[in-house]
Structure formats: structure tokens, C-alpha cells
Design a protein around this ligand. Structure first.
Ligand code: NAD
Length: 379
């Protein structure tokens, strides 16, 4: 079984799908690994390290895409790349299938068996393949470092001969994987933390990390299938914003991470709330590329807005490419080992991991939500 690691083509993407350590393990298990020349450079893994791990460096991009049994990538492939894939071959990466139905249609039309890493089920059995979680953890960590660097204050409490410094107050909105890591990182830096999420189940996790949970009783179901958040009613949004206003005003740093799968990110912090923050405060919005949780945020930019530094992050894991790649590599290799049995791809669609992750096979789009998105985009 020939697998290929290709160079990333999305602007700013510095991660690589497999790191040399993982390649060495896969080679030992009988996989033949091709690495496109320079594929690991952005993450500081030189070609030589892949050669030492037992991979072959390939320079003919068209041959890699066309001949490998499975092509692996981190980011979404572009249409020209997909056009090079041969029928009957497999492709694995983050595909953002709901946001890119046309690309998924192209993969199906080409006869490619494509798997989307976003669709790995969030179950304990699939935990070591869960790339959404591993990368969200990186983003949550990095968001705090960006905030700390931009804040004109210390994070920890300091007692010095020059007086006592009060600890920074951090408010984390959305306590999923990224939010919890943001809480843990802020805590390590000595801040005092509050957090809010519409899923009441996270209260204990927030508290166990040493943060205070801001509780708002919404009197409606906020959790959808799979434990994800649901879009809440206008009434619940108004109630939430009323309570959040005071907590946002008191914070030195606000970190927002709230997402609802398949929907635009909810606005949690309005311009009026930002205008009430202390000058010099910092907002980091991890949902900026999904429309943002904060009014006025600009994806990929750091701006001044009512005296507040507003950082709209895009693809933060790519800014920590060594460890982000190491974790992604572990996720994708575990999935690969699960998928390939005796040198063959084992397409057991009744298996929740394989069936849930496969978006195209044999000319068909398999995932119902992607099919629905295609219907919407064709009207
Ligand atoms: P996510 O990135 O989809 O969203 C981030 C957080 O934003 C979530 O906690 C969500 O509840 C919250 N949110 C959404 N709308 C909000 C609003 N209006 N106000 C405040 N908060 C809002 O979430 P995620 O980190 O991918 O986690 C999603 C789910 O998957 C969670 O239930 C998580 O516990 C679960 N999960 C399970 C496993 C596992 O079992 N192996 C692993 C990872 C995640």
C-alpha cells in the first residue's frame, strides 16, 4: 500500500500530514511512503528526516497525486489537485465538507474514496484519531499567548518592591476543547478566569480547571446530537448577552471559541459590549474565520476597536506547526491503521468511524448533510 504526503497549498498552512517519527512506524508496518519534496519544511521537518525514516522523496507532483493508493494532507485540496487523483484511490484530510460541497462533488465525480478528518466521531473509541480536538487544543493554547503578548499588563499577580500587581482577568466564551485549553493555559500564566458555555455539562470541567463558571439558565435545549451546541433562540441570545455584558466589561482579556457545527458562529460580544471594556483590553476571537463571535472582528487581522485590541485568528494551529503536525500525524496514522487491513482499504460502512468519515465512494456523495448542502447550493 503506497501512501503519499503532499505539500500543503493553502496560504499560511505550515503543518504536514505525517511527521518522520510516524512515517518510520508506518514503514515498519509495511506501508510504502512517498513524501513530496519539501512537504515537511514549513513544520521544520527536512526531507532528509523522512528519508531516514524510510520514505522516498518524490518530485513529480502529478505522479504522487495520481499513483498513490492514499494521499494524505492537512488542509483542503484545491480543484486542480483533486483533478489529478485517480478513480479508485483514496484521499484523507480536513475537507470542511459542509462549507465545500462542490469540492466533495468533484471528489465523487472523480471516483475518489475521500475521508474528512472533521467527521471522525467524538467518541472515546475514536479519541486518538480526533484531529478536530488535537488542533483545537493547539488553538486554545496559542490564543492565550497572543492575548498575553498584546495585553499591556501582567497575567499573574506579583508582589514586588515596586508594589502589588493584580492578576489579569480572563473571560473565556465557549468551553469546548479550545476553550478548556485556553482556561488551562491562562491559569498556568496566573490569571483569574471566568468561563461561559451554553452547554451546562461543561460547568464541572471549567471548575476543575480552576475557573468560575458563569451560569445562565436558558430554559431551552442547547445540546444537539453528538454533544455539540445547538443554535439558540433570539430570546435566549438576548438573555445571554445581558448577563455576559457585565463579565465582558470586567475582563482584561476575552477569548471566544463558540461554534455551532454547520452554522455561522454566534455573535456573543456586541460592539456595545466592546465599547464598555477598559482601554487596552484584548479580545481574541477563534471563530473569526466562521464570521466571528465578536462584532467588528476581522479575520486574519489585529485591529483597534473602541480602544480594545481585537485579534481575529485564522488557522492558529498552523502557527505552531511542529506540535500541531505531531498531533495530527498521530491522529491520521491511527485512522490509517484502522482503515487498512492486510494491505487493503477495509470499507466497512457499518463501522461508525469509517462510515461516518467517508464522504465519497464509487462516484457517490455518501454523507447526508453534504448531500443537503449540495442541494441548497444548486438552487
Ligand atoms: P465547538 O468547537 O463546536 O464549539 C466550541 C464551544 O462553543 C462548545 O463547547 C459549544 O458548546 C460552545 N458554544 C456554541 N454556541 C455557543 C453560544 N451561543 N454561547 C456559548 N458557547 C457556545 O466544540 P468542540 O470543542 O468541538 O466540542 C464539541 C463537543 O464534542 C463537546 O460536547 C465536547 O465535549 C465533545 N467532544 C467529545 C470528545 C470525545 O468524547 N472524545 C472529544 C472532543 C469533543
Amino acid at each position: 500500500m503506497k501512501i503519499a504526503i503532499v505539500k500543503e497549498t493553502t496560504e499560511g498552512e505550515r503543518r504536514v500530514a505525517l511527521i518522520p517519527d510516524t512515517v518510520a512506524r508506518l514503514v515498519k508496518q509495511g506501508f510504502e511512503v512517498w513524501v513530496e519534496r519539501g512537504a515537511g519544511e514549513g513544520a521544520f521537518f527536512p526531507d532528509q528526516a523522512y528519508v531516514e525514516a524510510g520514505a522516498a522523496i518524490a518530485t513529480d507532483t502529478a505522479a504522487i497525486w495520481g499513483e498513490a493508493d492514499i494521499v494524505l494532507k492537512v488542509g483542503i485540496p484545491n480543484p486542480e489537485e483533486v483533478a489529478q487523483l485517480s478513480s479508485g484511490k483514496a484521499f484523507i484530510s480536513f475537507l470542511s465538507p459542509l462549507a465545500n460541497p462542490q469540492l466533495i462533488q468533484q471528489l465523487a465525480t472523480q471516483g475518489v474514496t475521500a475521508f474528512s478528518m472533521e467527521l471522525i466521531p467524538r467518541t472515546s473509541r475514536a479519541q486518538s484519531m480526533d484531529a478536530l480536538s488535537s488542533q483545537a487544543g493547539v488553538a486554545g493554547y496559542k490564543a492565550v499567548l497572543l492575548a498575553a503578548a498584546a495585553l499591556p499588563k501582567f497575567f499573574p499577580m506579583l508582589t514586588t518592591a515596586a508594589g502589588t500587581i493584580k492578576p489579569a482577568k480572563v473571560f473565556v466564551l465557549g468551553a469546548g476543547v479550545a476553550g478548556l485549553q485556553a482556561i488551562a493555559t491562562s491559569r498556568r500564566l496566573g490569571a483569574v478566569i471566568e468561563a461561559f458555555d451554553i452547554r451546562p455539562a461543561v460547568k464541572e470541567e471549567v471548575q476543575s480547571l480552576g475557573a468560575k463558571f458563569v451560569e445562565i439558565i436558558l430554559e431551552e435545549e442547547t445540546v444537539a446530537a453528538g454533544g455539540y451546541a445547538k443554535e439558540i433562540s433570539e430570546r435566549a441570545k438576548a438573555k445571554t448577552q445581558e448577563v455576559l455584558t457585565q463579565h465582558v466589561r470586567d475582563a482584561d482579556v476575552v477569548i471566544t471559541t463558540a461554534q455551532v457545527p454547520g452554522k455561522k458562529a454566534p455573535i456573543l460580544v456586541t460592539e456595545a459590549m466592546i465599547a464598555q471594556m477598559k482601554p487596552g483590553s484584548v479580545v481574541v476571537d477563534l471563530a473569526a474565520d466562521q464570521g466571528g463571535n465578536c462584532e467588528g472582528i476581522q479575520a486574519g487581522k489585529s485591529i483597534q476597536f473602541h480602544g480594545v485590541t481585537m485579534i481575529g485568528t485564522v488557522n492558529l494551529p498552523a502557527d505552531m506547526p511542529i506540535h500541531a503536525s505531531q498531533m495530527y500525524s498521530k491522529n491520521i496514522a491511527t485512522f490509517l491503521q484502522y482503515l487498512v487491513k492486510d494491505g487493503q482499504i477495509n470499507l466497512d460502512f457499518t463501522d461508525d468511524i469509517i462510515g461516518g468519515t467517508c464522504v465519497t465512494h464509487n462516484g457517490e456523495v455518501l454523507n447526508q448533510r453534504v448531500k443537503d448542502a449540495l442541494l441548497v447550493s444548486s438552487h
